[in-house]
Write a protein that binds this ligand. Structure first.
Ligand code: COA
Length: 422
């Protein structure tokens, strides 16, 4: 690594970063990413900051790059700051020298020091990058899953709905839509809170189909469902430039996931897709029975992508979420030491209160593998399954431990809409 320097973004680096990203990713090449568009990311994506852009330079040339995108993600414990890893890239002439691993190690250390308890990323399953991430402590949380239907299957399940109308989005609808998005999000993990800036930049001024990719918004792309004058849901859909035959439903969200509202928006999608000549409809839908019911003509397909999480700091994770707080339900009293990999924390759960307290003598010790803990944190497995994977030493019954942890970790399945992917 002699002659190489590691640093974060300085003005003027944007062309070098954009050029490297075009070389390493078809997506950025097809998108025509240049320095100016890269700088635009800093403006429209509040989590993307110049100090999160890591660069490895060799003789003045940017040859490796990692972007940290700061995300707030929901977990059963509460909303957590996550260092999102994106754009991991090394120029083909400089690969296999440990550059990407070195940059990642540095970025993860910095963000751990800044108090980010988790890091998260999306990558290809059984790929070279996945091997790098696993060596750095990331574990697989869940595989990508999407829903797809040929038009003729989708059409079969359009059925009329009374009292719900669907109309073009207007600015005045934004407040109600943001509120529905927030309320429904409480049922899922992942699902990030969205700021007014993000709503404006990703859905009103343009249409984002990923944190890094957007197209101009056209009439019919952003629709609102109403019951009388009340906004009760919305759908965002479009035809991607690279997939002309497929209509992509980017977001479909309704007040309390109401079936009638979902059905009204579904009918609208099918007509819209047909009108513009699409032959198939695709979406990444939240794991919820009402979506399954309305989208029953769709096949659920497992993709090649995997969502991975690294636990950077267990104490910060529980400290920033649990700290000392009231619980939604009563839990059996339990003083517990929880060990995840090399990290440990002590929790004092009593009645409807929980506190991180390093001074308590524990009644129970639970040693959970990081992969199990990360799955529990994103609602892939429940407490029972997590305990079956763990080593437990305890004076009290397993049932007591399970009941206490159930209150802390209610199972909320994961969902993140494409516009928030990084
Ligand atoms: C993925 C990518 C960033 C890796 O960059 P890199 O700098 O070559 O990564 P590293 O050198 O740290 O690791 C690559 C391999 O070299 C090995 N290696 C690490 N240090 C090494 C060293 N000093 N000498 C020799 N090999 C080394 C690693 O163990 C790894 O081996 P493996 O493939 O058998 O697991 C690069 O291939 C790339 O830009 N790909 C296209 C974009 C992409 O797919 N990005 C990931 C998106 S999620």
């Amino acid at each position: 690594m002699c002659g190489s320097t590691i640093r974060t973004y300085e003005p003027g680096d944007e062309e070098g970063i954009a050029s490297l990203l075009r070389t390493c990713f078809d997506t950025f090449r097809n998108y025509g990413l240049d320095g100016e568009r890269w700088l635009e990311y800093l403006r429209i994506n509040p989590g993307m900051k110049p100090e999160g852009a890591y660069i490895l330079e060799e003789e003045g040339r940017i040859v490796s790059h990692v972007q940290v995108v700061e995300k707030d993600l929901r977990t059963p414990l509460g909303v957590v700051k996550v260092a999102g890893i994106a754009n991991v890239s090394t120029h083909p002439d400089f690969r296999g020298r440990g550059y990407a691993s070195t940059l990642l190690r540095r970025a993860l250390k910095d963000y751990k020091d800044k108090g980010f308890p988790l890091s998260g990323l999306f990558t290809g399953f059984a790929s070279g990058p996945q091997r790098i991430y696993r060596r750095l402590g990331f574990t697989d949380v869940t595989l990508d899953r999407y829903h797809l239907a040929p038009m003729m299957d989708a059409e079969k399940f359009a059925s009329s709905v009374k009292y719900i109308s669907v109309s073009e989005f207007v600015d005045q609808n934004l407040k109600a839509i943001a509120s529905i998005y927030k309320d429904v999000g409480a049922m899922f993990s992942g699902w990030p809170p969205r700021s007014e800036v993000e709503w404006q930049e990703k859905f009103v001024k343009r249409l984002a189909y990923h944190s890094f990719f957007c197209i101009p918004r056209s009439e019919g792309d952003f629709m609102v469902a109403k019951e009388g004058d009340d906004v009760v849901g919305y759908v965002v859909g479009m035809r991607l430039p690279q997939e002309r035959e497929t209509y992509n439903v980017l977001e479909i969200v309704c007040d309390r996931c109401r079936v009638d509202v979902l059905q009204a928006l579904y009918n609208w999608i099918v007509n819209r897709a047909k009108d513009i000549g699409c032959k198939a409809i695709r979406s990444i839908l939240p794991p919820h029975a009402n979506y399954e019911r309305v989208f029953k003509g769709f096949a659920s397909i497992v993709g090649r992508g995997v969502f991975m999480i690294a636990l950077l700091n267990l104490k910060d994770l529980l400290g920033s979420t649990v700290g000392k707080r009231q619980l939604a339900e009563y839990a059996p009293s339990l003083r517990m030491k929880l060990t995840v990999g090399e990290q440990e924390i002590k929790l004092n759960i009593k009645g409807n209160e929980v506190e991180v307290d390093e001074n308590i003598p524990p009644d129970a010790e639970v040693q959970m593998p990081p992969e199990t803990f990360n799955k529990l944190l994103f609602g892939i497995i429940d407490v029972k399954e997590a305990l079956l994977d763990s080593a437990v030493k305890s004076l009290c019954s397993l049932n007591t431990i399970r009941s206490a942890l159930n209150v802390l970790f209610p199972t909320t399945p994961p969902h993140i809409w494409p516009a928030d992917h990084w």
